[in-house]
Design a protein around this ligand. Structure first.
Ligand code: ZN
Length: 282
């Protein structure tokens, strides 16, 4: 199991092999805040075990950066350990989790050969109970966290965590290091660049930025990701403006990534939908 590695003063990052998912722990005099809980109750229990070896106190609060399974399906393990532990998330993340988590579990069961299928299917969905729309402060006594919703991007309910005293920003999946950021059918590819611009407003020259997947990065990395997502948004707009049919768009467009990357197809589908160039029902 991975160790939690200190990336800034009392900010520890563990990178789990399954889904290459990051979990961050923030220390304080009130205990630990755990940001993202990995992909199942079983995986959440492993995170709790790994946190024990940090010997940095009990879990004081949990944060889900967005609703996706690899960031929120471990929630039940934390409630099992402490029935009163608060779970923070954006209100849209909580709504999606309530509406769509069972569908996600059912999709896993379509692949029974996957070694994680059963544990995901067995996972009890625990919804965040401390939701907000724009910002929320988390007072930890000797330090404070800011949870910020800076716009739509990877989903419509992404939050970033700012730890001002350590100059750290946790970007959730608005920023990914180990792969191109995932543009899914619940993403907002045309708005993502301006949301990242707002994230960059929180990032200085020495800020440590922790992505949802992969190693910690710096401002220049986020600027480049914003540039690439900006090229994709511009590309989709241009295709719509010139009347290119949706089924030819991925092949005809110019992209910073491979044209056959499923992220490009999803960006086209979502972009055409958001520009009103195709109805959501096709
Ligand atoms: Zn993710």
């Amino acid at each position: 199991m991975p160790d939690f590695v200190e990336v800034a003063d009392r900010v520890w990052l563990a990178r789990y092999e399954w889904a290459d998912a990051n979990v961050t722990a923030i220390g304080s005099e009130r205990g630990l805040v755990v940001v993202d809980t990995h992909g199942s109750t079983a995986a959440g229990r492993v995170v709790l075990d790994d946190l024990r070896s940090l010997a940095a106190g009990e879990v004081h609060a949990v944060v889900n950066t967005h609703w996706h399974w690899d960031h929120s399906f471990g929630n039940a393990a934390f409630r099992e350990h402490d029935p009163d532990v608060p779970i923070h998330a954006h209100e849209r993340a909580a709504a999606w989790l309530a509406e769509r988590a069972e569908e996600t579990k059912a999709r896993w069961l379509e692949h029974p050969e996957d070694p994680h299928a059963t544990e995901v299917a067995d996972t009890e969905i625990v919804l965040p109970d401390r939701v907000f729309s724009t910002t929320q402060a988390v007072d930890l006594g000797d330090r404070a966290l800011e949870l910020l919703h800076l716009g739509r991007g990877h989903t419509d309910g992404d939050l970033v965590v700012r730890i001002p005293d350590a100059d750290v920003v946790l970007g959730g999946d608005l920023v990914e290091e180990s792969a191109h950021p995932w543009i899914g059918m619940d993403s907002w590819p045309l708005e993502w660049p301006s949301t990242l611009e707002a994230v960059l407003g929180q990032v200085g020259p020495d800020t440590v930025v922790v992505p949802g997947h992969g190693v910690a990065v710096d401002r220049a990395f986020v600027e480049n990701q914003r540039r690439e997502l900006g090229l994709i948004a511009e590309g989709v707009r241009r295709l719509v403006d010139t009347g290119v049919p949706i089924d030819e768009a991925a092949a005809q467009g110019e992209w910073p990534w491979e044209a056959n990357d499923p992220r490009i197809a999803n960006a086209v589908t979502r972009g055409y939908e958001h520009l009103g160039a195709v109805s959501p029902l096709g």
